[in-house]
Design a protein around this ligand. Sequence first.
Ligand code: COA
Length: 163
Amino acid sequence: MKRIAVYPGSFDPLTFGHIDLIERTVGMFDELIVAIAHNIKKAGLFPVPERAEMIREMVKGYDNVSVDAFDGLLVDYVRKKGATCVVRGLRAFSDFEYEFQMALTNRKLNDSYETIFLMTHENYSFISSSLVKELIEFGGDISAFVPESVERRLKEKFYTKPG
Ligand code: COA
């Protein structure tokens, strides 16, 4: 049986923290699907196709990693893809409660897969997509947190005046 894992998230935008997680997970499974989800609590900056493009640029060297997007519940998406695992990163203690609640709720709805958690690399344990967006908005240096291509797109978003 093919071991398929789903790595869901908002990825708005992708950071080095996400990339680290992908790189550490990829060898554990036959196929890894990086799945962009709509988090209804978050107003997105980048449209989903652009988020996907940024991720694809970074994972193109892996032939067992694909990038996808989904609407609706994660449990339904996981079932549809025939995945046996969902991968999530834990950055700090504060992530635990949220992740615990989400994983247990999802397990109630679909117990045919496991959620596994990887500790985020210590270099990235304090960053988040929102923090990166805030830094760039006020002219901060984000080169330590996101790949060049993401930085470029963020600068276009924040510094290019319309018209
Ligand atoms: N390194 C650095 N930062 C990381 C990271 C890592 N390894 N992993 C996550 N982050 C950051 C992200 O950048 C993000 O930052 P932000 O809050 O500033 O945007 C934050 O941690 C949260 O991570 P993310 O992985 O994007 O999760 P999320 O909370 O936005 O989304 C979903 C969680 C998409 C998995 C969840 O909302 C979902 O499953 N949605 C589908 C609908 C559903 O099934 N709902 C029921 C759930 S019980």
